[in-house]
Design a protein. Structure first.
Length: 205
């Protein structure tokens, strides 16, 4: 929702979107340290008390944002035509991975420690970890289906999808920070090389 019009009184879903949009901007501009309930409230045009009506704290807001991005990726993967091939699957999801990394890259360590690492977790953190695993399963399924359409098989290893994800994050980091441009390698050439390299790494020999 990009409109700057104030959310109507009683529109709970709209108010929640305002809060999440404010939090996302804070993360993108200044990182996790800037994500306070007061700052989120100011950006959303509401009181801190209103933010607490929707979220228990800033960690709760943070994992909600990550969960929404991961859920969008899962939808993309579920709807892909397997005929695009393995590199097509990777290229299709890479813009969303890049955007996630642009927004949350500086905060990834906090998310991993609060959501993916062991130890006590709040209800929303548990939900976020579940969403991440669901996305990883969708990624593996999309890759295996695309591989079958190509007439090849992928390696049979439980870490495969997570390795692919980490590889995509590495590409996204380069795209966000322009590392390859220093060597005069265009974004398009980087993506082409990286997706083909990932495919070679996961196809069974």
């Amino acid at each position: 929702m990009d409109s700057t019009e104030p959310t109507a009184w009683g529109d709970a879903e709209g108010r929640r979107r305002d809060i999440l949009r404010s939090a996302e901007k804070l993360l993108a501009d200044s990182g996790y340290a800037a994500l306070t309930m007061r700052a989120i409230a100011v950006g959303a045009g509401v009181s801190s008390g209103t933010v607490y009506q929707y979220f228990d704290g800033k960690e709760d807001v943070f994992v909600a944002l990550m969960s929404a991005r991961l859920a969008d990726m899962t939808t993309t993967l579920d709807e892909l035509d397997p005929g695009v091939g393995i590199t097509g699957v990777l290229s299709a999801i890479l813009p969303q991975v890049r955007e996630l990394w642009r927004l949350f890259g500086r905060s990834a360590q906090q998310w991993e420690s609060k959501v993916l690492a062991g130890g006590p977790k709040g209800k929303r953190a548990v939900t976020s970890a579940t969403v991440f695993r669901r996305m990883a399963r969708a990624l593996e399924k999309a890759l295996r289906t695309a591989a079958a359409a190509q007439g090849v098989a992928l390696v049979d290893h439980p870490a495969m999808a997570y390795w692919v994800w980490d590889s995509l994050i590495g590409v996204a980091d380069d795209l966000v920070h322009g590392g390859s441009l220093q060597a005069r390698v265009s974004a398009g050439r980087l993506v082409e090389f990286a997706t083909e390299a990932i495919e070679r790494g996961i196809v069974a020999r």
